[in-house]
Design a binder for this molecule. Sequence first.
Ligand code: SF4
Ligand code: SF4
Length: 92
Amino acid sequence: MAGKIVIDTERCKGCGLCVVVCPKKSIVISKESNKNGYFPAQKTDGDCIGCAQCAIICPEGIIQVCRDQMERIRIVAAPEKHSASHLIEEKA
Ligand code: SF4
Ligand code: SF4
């Protein structure tokens, strides 16, 4: 199963929680800071499986996860303004 994430890097605080929980090492901390002076998370070319653990643990709620399933992409977790991410659809 293939996954894809989008990180709102300008709102990232660089806490690194998403890096720690990713089972595929698909996220690293950038060497370049964002406009707020934080070193944000960034996705790598790693083998994201769309497990959504990164989005769920992110305290800023700024990671969106899509999962490729049966040739269609669906969002499994997405940030909500001013709140942490929640699961929109349970894992298959
Ligand atoms: S969805 Fe899962 S595999 Fe993909 S980057 Fe997030 S934690 Fe890693
Ligand atoms: S968990 Fe969220 S705030 Fe922390 S580094 Fe990852 S994207 Fe940034």
